[in-house]
Ligand binder design. Structure first.
Ligand SMILES: Cc1cc2nc3c(=O)[nH]c(=O)nc-3n(C[C@H](O)[C@H](O)[C@H](O)COP(=O)(O)OP(=O)(O)OC[C@H]3O[C@@H](n4cnc5c(N)ncnc54)[C@H](O)[C@@H]3O)c2cc1C
Ligand code: FES
Length: 279
């Protein structure tokens, strides 16, 4: 069992947990993830490792409430336990001195991109970060991302904070005007990653995205996380989650992410009605 050491509500529907998991903390690298199961009857879900403390033996995860499992997870408090916390899984993000690296994050992925931006900066890259959210109320970790970036641009869709618009707009401007951009890392909702990749393609700047298909085992056994990259079938959990955004078959990813929408909706409704019976 894995104890929740700390819980923080970053914004109303995005929460941070620090979890005691010394074996995961020992080996965690930027870009890797864990698969968790809240209790023995629970569903397994993947969550990115947002940070780690090897001395304390803890892992930080940041998650958004979207369906049954993430809502159940949000009910836990410090002192509660998670049944399974398996990792680190997936290949770490490729970190080297590229020159200028632009890190683009949408929504909860600010937490996902933070250890990558930090590692890129430690390698001697100039790091320009762009973080975007729907509105001001969903902004978190601005200072934290700023602390590992040479420059930080914040956007909101409605203009309630930072620059009004989507993250692709400052990204395009940087590609047009800044000194040479050597690599872009874009992490967030799939549609955002697709359009970041579309934005960089004409500039021929390698763009790494972190794919988020549905996963079950997280170890390459079930085939659930199958994606197509450069016409080749890859399993996100063992071959990724990072892939070349210019090579991803986005339509296949979107279609596969929607396969269980009805079941997900039914599961959530069932769980909500159980909650209301017990309250
Ligand atoms: C490698 C990897 C790393 C991830 N890291 C994080 C993270 O750090 N923080 C975080 O909040 N989430 C992360 N996700 C997504 C997270 O796993 C899903 O949000 C979670 O499985 C949803 O479970 P649920 O039972 O709450 O919702 P479900 O009932 O499974 O889904 C409810 C709705 O959420 C959306 N959804 C479901 N699965 C995904 C998915 N894989 N990606 C995007 N939207 C989805 C769909 O709209 C769906 O209808 C990651 C996914 C992958 C593959
Ligand atoms: S999650 Fe089963 S193969 Fe990747």
């Amino acid at each position: 069992m894995y104890e929740v050491l700390l819980r923080q509500d970053l914004v109303p529907n995005i929460h941070l947990f620090k979890v005691a998991a010394p074996n995961v903390a020992k080996k965690a690298q930027p870009g890797q993830f864990v698969v968790i199961r809240i209790d023995e009857k629970g569903e397994r879900i993947p969550l990115t490792i947002a940070d780690w403390d090897r001395e304390e033996g803890s892992i930080t995860i940041v998650f958004m409430e979207v369906g049954t499992t993430t809502h159940k997870l949000a009910l836990l408090e410090a002192g509660n336990f998670i049944a399974d916390f398996i990792g680190p899984l997936g290949l770490p993000t490729h970190i080297e001195k590229f020159g200028t690296v632009v890190c683009v994050a949408g929504g909860f992925a600010v937490a996902t991109i933070f250890p990558i931006a930090r590692a890129m900066r430690e390698k001697g890259n100039k790091v320009i970060s762009i973080m975007g959210a729907r509105d001001k109320s969903l902004i978190f970790w601005e200072e934290r991302l700023h602390s590992v970036s040479d420059q930080l641009i914040v956007t909101t869709d409605d203009g309630s904070y930072g620059r009004k618009g989507l993250v692709t707009e400052p990204l395009k401007e940087l590609l047009e005007t800044a000194e040479k951009v050597d690599r872009v890392i874009a992490i967030g909702p799939s549609i955002m990653m697709k359009f970041c990749a579309k934005t960089t393609e004409p500039f021929r700047v390698k763009t790494i995205v972190s794919l988020n298909p549905i996963m079950v085992d997280g170890t390459g056994m079930c085939g659930c996380c199958r994606v197509s990259v450069g016409g080749v079938t890859r399993f996100t959990c063992v071959d990724g989650p990072d892939f070349d955004g210019h090579q991803v078959d986005w339509d296949l990813l979107f279609a596969r992410q929607r396969i269980y929408l009805d079941e997900e909706r039914r599961s959530f409704e069932q769980w909500q009605s159980q909650c209301s019976i017990h309250s």
